[in-house]
Design a protein around this ligand. Sequence first.
Ligand code: GDD
Length: 409
Amino acid sequence: SVVAVIMVGGPTKGTRFRPLSLNIPKPLFPLAGQPMVHHPISACKRIPNLAQIYLIGFYEEREFALFVSSISNELRVPVRYLKEDKPHGSAGGLYNFRDLILEDNYSHIVLLNCDVCCSFPLPEMLEAHRSYGGMGTILVNKVSPESANQFGALVADPVTNELLHYTEKPETFVSDRINCGVYIFTPEIFTAIQGVSTQRKERATLRRVTSFEALQPANRSLPTDFVRLDQDILSPLAGKKQFYVYETRDFWEQIKTPGMSLKCSGLYLSQFRFTSPHLLASGNGSKNATISGDVYIHPSSKVHPTAKIGPNVSISANARIGAGARLVSCIILDDVEIKENAVVIHAIVGWKSSIGRWSRVQASGDYNAKLGVTILVIIIKLMTFLYEPGESVLPNKTLNVSVQDEIIL
Ligand code: GDD
């Protein structure tokens, strides 16, 4: 049988995601109305003989307790959160729980980064992995040459699919094929991680004995139990017939910033058309507002029949959307109130915000831009006013004037 492990990181990771992660852990931020990590978990459900899903992170246990119990019930698959006492790196985190993970003699380990958005073609990958016969198979994707340096870039044999070369976030162009953060491993991966750890210990001893470190301070190494999957495992083992690649032609994005979360919310909404049409507002017929394109509305939210919603809108619990309101490309979080005739375009409206009558909250919709584009409204109380591109507003703020291209703190 197969075990799935999702790396969720911890509060010191994902800083680019602020201020959205000030309230909840980034892996629980809603995309298409479901916590980010819900999407890979439900993809794991499609793996034949899946026995268990573990989430590994260094967030407090209580932050995941509710989510883990509700998703276990909903999907009827055991999901458990395992807390690291400190960050061990993407491979070290897995290794830290080796006894538990190896306990049930699983044949394969599916390892996923929580902050990627894709169709997770796991059954297909598993099949490819079996045919390659290596220790691991990596999901890869083709990106533009200009963006390849933000990821792990790799070269594979076009015939055998063997991983030949791997460089994490290369400074110069290596390849436009990149690591998607989705892997299938056999249990031998634990031996490989242990090898890195042992090597580090030996070097540390050598340094102590020879004062090597004093001669070469740049060589001061990472803690012996901190092992990164990419730099420490994939790079050195490339070209040794241990790793293979499986290329996806479906959508794939990385979710590091609020802007990208808005884009990924839209990608998951359009995927719902095939996987869960009952979750889409157009499919469940429960709301009689005008819906255009893919829209998710939580059943507890109230949307006025004269409001116009969509495309790419996701509305979380207990929101109230007033008469004549217009929402396009946005994520509306819990307990938000959007009053009559307000317009919200390309925005994330934070928990408990209230947007006044006839207000306009709008951005250009360039998902990749940092500030100056996608707007964040985090627990602010907006009166009637104009709110233009380029703003990021932190919690507990009331605005009653028009603002443009400013950060309001
Ligand atoms: N539990 C735990 N402990 N999780 C961790 C730790 C850790 O110490 N460090 C990282 N993670 C999790 C993150 O939350 C994320 O889901 C995943 O592991 C990878 O994070 P990073 O190691 O910070 O790498 P990255 O996201 O910058 O890049 C990786 O993913 C890209 C695809 O999205 C690399 O593998 C790239 O090569 C790859 O292209």
